[in-house]
Design a binder for this molecule. Structure first.
Ligand SMILES: Nc1nc2c(ncn2[C@@H]2O[C@H](COP(=O)(O)OP(=O)(O)OP(=O)(O)O)[C@@H](O)[C@H]2O)c(=O)[nH]1
Ligand SMILES: [Mg+2]
Length: 440
């Protein structure tokens, strides 16, 4: 259980058990330099109060993870964001006053700002202004450990910084190391636009190299035909806990957002004796900008090559519906929505909120309850959903070969003079679709 359990801020999180953010520093190392952050929530037209509070609450947790303490909070309802300052004039003045009174070092806004709005607000408040994307990027920067992960974060940061460079020059060139300006990209604040562009091209190149290596590695792994199950889910749903419990791995588990950034794959044995692979991946969160998802496409590659997704849902969280929706939306954006999905409801030990209509295998990754059933279901899934089929494809139909790789599991591809013999385990619907290419 976390130290933060019952602490809310300004009454915004009253009854929401586990998304309650910390106000105390108890959980942090005493040596850690914490930044004084003023939080601003903006309720857009059409947004429910509940959704607004939940999102703001989450930003509070994100700021905490990034190393900030909330020293004040302002909320505003707006119909349309002001093109120049995002917030209305009165609110800008009010926040300026509060920032001064509370000695805030930065203002975090729970929305996405244009570079102009960002700059104008900084001019007004004389402190750094960070939007939700910047906070998330900062956490990613702290948490990426593999070469590929770090390159991806750097790329995302540089792309984020690019249009904002001017403002960052004027105020914050000396402030590297604080939230939103930290990580692999921070030295880039000292280079001009042209060099930034060159750098972006260069990182693209290096990423490509790393990714080629990774693809080779994966192809080698795929030479042994093991089905791949990939965990997906909202951040903090319990994916890594489940992963550790099933594969006896030792992945970092934390009551923080985005504990996992770099994907990891392990082998595991199902009750039937069949071996499979399982991948743990980065979690999703609401309002994750598409550009960020794009920078992490490679990270999601393990999901793209999975035979089946296991959607880990924290069914004890009052926000469960919104979280399911966010994950499904992200899967649509990544063009992965057509993958077979096994849904599990995690954290049974904490009691589930009422779930109308949705179904999932109830488990507790923490206590181990329901794990046997999950493993049986995975076995069942493999048997139920696939059939072995033998296709012969002329070389002119490379498109179908590519589809077979995406939709099913190619066990063998034998290249002959006039085409490719493919043996694959694939769902009957796809066998039917390509039946004219079935080998006799
Ligand atoms: N009570 C309870 N807590 C759980 C359970 N599963 C996970 N947790 C807790 O939930 C928190 C998040 O768990 P993680 O496994 O790190 O979650 P994750 O989905 O990997 O999160 P990210 O990597 O941040 O996306 C940790 O504090 C876990 O101990 C469960 O079944 N019951
Ligand atoms: Mg994790």
């Amino acid at each position: 259980m976390s130290d933060h359990e019952s602490v809310g801020y300004n009454g915004a999180v009253k009854n929401e058990r586990r998304i309650s953010p910390p106000l105390t520093n108890k959980a942090h190392k005493p040596t850690e330099k914490r930044e004084r952050v003023f939080l601003t929530g903006v309720r857009r037209k059409g947004q429910t109060r509940h959704d607004f509070e939940a999102s703001l609450n989450e930003l509070n947790r994100l700021v905490d993870t990034a190393g900030g303490d909330i020293v004040g909070l302002a909320k505003q309802e707006i119909e349309h964001p002001h093109p120049k300052t995002f917030l209305g004039k009165g609110k800008v003045a009010q926040i300026e006053e509060e920032v001064r009174q509370n000695n805030a070092e930065s203002v975090a806004i729970d929305d996405e700002l244009t570079p102009t709005q960002n700059q104008n607000l900084e001019d007004n408040w004389k402190v750094k202004v960070i939007d939700r994307t910047a906070v998330i990027l900062d956490i990613f920067a702290k948490r990426a450990h593999t070469k590929e992960g770090r390159l991806q974060v750097e790329l995302a940061q540089l792309k984020y910084i690019q249009p904002r460079l001017k403002g960052m020059w004027s105020h914050f060139s000396k402030q590297t190391g604080s939230i939103g300006l930290r990580g692999p990209g921070e030295t880039q604040l000292e280079v001009d636009r042209r060099r930034l562009k060159e750098k972006i091209t260069q990182i693209h190149g290096r990423l490509k190299e790393v990714q080629t290596h990774r693809t080779l590695h994966r192809l080698k792994r795929e030479a042994v035909p093991l089905p791949l199950f990939s965990l997906v889910g909202y951040t903090n749903a319990g994916k890594s806990t489940l992963f550790n419990s099933l594969t006896h791995a030792d992945v970092l588990v934390e009551d923080k957002l985005f504990a996992t950034l770099d994907p990891i794959v392990r082998r595991l044995k199902l009750p039937s004796g069949r071996q499979v692979l399982m991948a743990d991946t980065v979690g999703f969160i609401r309002k994750l900008p598409l550009s960020l998802i794009e920078a992490f496409k490679a990270t999601f590659e393990e999901i793209a090559h999975a035979d089946c997704l296991i959607h880990v849902v924290d069914a004890s969280d009052p926000e469960v519906y919104q979280q399911i929706e966010t994950v499904e939306q992200a899967l649509v954006e990544l063009e992965l929505r057509q993958k077979p999905i096994l849904t599990i409801f995690n954290k049974k030990d904490q009691g589930f909120v009422e779930m109308n209509g949705s179904q999932g295998i109830p488990v507790s990754a923490l206590t181990g309850e329901g794990m046997d059933q999950l493993l049986l279901e995975m076995d069942h899934f493999l048997r139920r959903s696939c059939q072995r089929a033998h296709f012969f494809l002329p070389y002119s139909r490379g498109d179908i070969l590519a589809s077979l790789y995406t939709l099913g599991h190619v066990v063998e591809a034998r290249h002959e003079a006039d085409g490719v013999h493919v043996i694959c385990e694939i769902e009957p619907q796809h066998v039917k679709k390509y039946r004219q290419f079935l080998a006799a």
